[in-house]
Design a binder for this molecule. Structure first.
Ligand code: GH3
Ligand code: MG
Ligand code: MG
Length: 332
């Protein structure tokens, strides 16, 4: 493999790896003819790219395993693996775009190259100005694709996130619940759910205003997240109600997590008015999935457990088993 183009010398007088940082997109030229490689490399370097060249498809694949490349420009006729097979492999395993080059008399078609994933096709002898235009067009399309993918990812995140709290929303709760119930049933692993409701929240809103209420919801969500383990997930179920899914967790272990959340919020202090410290409490219902039951039965039992906590004085955790008498945590 050779790095080519005009020699770059830093302020310290040394030629170094920093060229990758200052030069633009990385281009790998694959051709077994050294004079073609050096001419194209020099031209690409002058145009502001960071070119390298190799003389076979095998070397190109080796290079791609080690370094990121934006565009591979490959001859179709190569010793060993050909340029079209190289293109297929690159499209399977890497993110680089490929421009293929073919001789005038070779029997390869534009459609053939594009259909296996090449981004463009040029005929040799290659006019360097034309190649440069094609490279720039491929890069522009590449940027647009990346931008579109970033937007899609953002939209996908927005679609499952609650705007006020940053927790997952209830739509995502139902999706995740289905898949967790599925997994729990298939592998016979326990799955627990918490249903959490903030106590006397209407009164807080009525006294200090809706905006102060929103701050409590946002802060509580942070507290909630900080109490969870990696595999647990928290959702804003609606209004001032939250759910938590705890995979691989039985009811008793889930009770411990619920207690941790309850105490963590109890220790928080809110200042909805200057020099006034207010604490908020939550009532939590805990239950474990009973294999074979409908997801609605699972949710309803978590809800019933939460109402037990309300009935018994709020600021507490109640566990409800599918087949047992309800049990409420004695006073904190
Ligand atoms: P309980 O202890 O029985 O749960 O009493 P509560 O007052 O919390 O329950 P209730 O269901 O009567 O009232 C819930 C309140 O939650 C009423 C509503 O204004 C408030 N709420 C729901 N969503 C939001 C929100 O997004 N922001 C704010 N600030 N308040 C909200
Ligand atoms: Mg409520
Ligand atoms: Mg409430």
């Amino acid at each position: 493999m050779s790095s080519c183009g005009p020699s770059l010398v830093g302020n310290d007088g040394r030629r170094g790896d920093w060229k990758w940082a200052i030069l633009g997109n990385r281009i790998l030229i694959v051709d077994d003819k050294p004079d073609i490689c050096s001419t194209m490399c020099a031209y690409m370097a002058l145009a502001g790219f960071a070119p390298e060249s190799v003389s076979s498809a095998e070397e190109a694949l080796e290079h791609l395993r080690r370094a990121e490349v934006d565009i591979v420009i490959t001859d179709i006729m190569l010793p060993g693996l050909g340029g079209l097979d190289l293109t297929r492999q690159i499209k399977k395993e890497h993110l680089a775009d490929v421009i293929v080059m073919t001789g005038h008399s070779d029997n390869f078609s534009y459609e053939g190259a594009i259909s296996i994933g090449a981004s463009d096709f040029v005929v040799k002898p290659v006019r360097l100005e034309e190649l440069l235009l094609r490279v720039r067009r491929v890069l522009r399309e590449r940027e647009l694709t990346e931008e579109r993918n970033r937007m899609m990812e953002k939209l996908q995140t927005l679609a499952i996130t609650d705007g006020l709290t940053g927790l997952y929303n209830s739509r995502h709760f139902y999706t995740q619940l289905e898949s967790e119930v599925d997994r729990s049933s298939r592998y016979r692993h326990p799955l627990a759910m918490l249903l959490i409701d903030i106590d006397h929240f209407k009164e807080f809103n009525d006294t200090y205003g809706h905006l102060e209420g929103d701050k409590v919801l946002a802060r509580f969500s942070q507290v909630l997240k900080s109490c969870l383990r990696t595999n647990d997930s928290a959702y804003r179920y609606g209004g001032e109600e939250f759910t938590v899914l705890l995979p691989e967790t039985g009811a008793e272990e889930a009770r411990t997590v619920a207690q941790r959340i309850r105490t963590a919020l109890e220790m928080e202090s809110f200042s909805p008015e200057p020099s006034r410290a207010v604490s908020k409490t939550i009532s939590i219902g805990v239950t474990e999935y009973q294999p074979g039951e409908a997801t609605t039965a699972f949710i309803n039992r978590a809800d019933a457990a939460m109402y037990l906590s309300k009935q018994n004085g709020r600021n507490r955790v109640s566990v409800l088993h599918a087949d047992a008498v309800p049990r409420t945590e004695p006073a904190r």
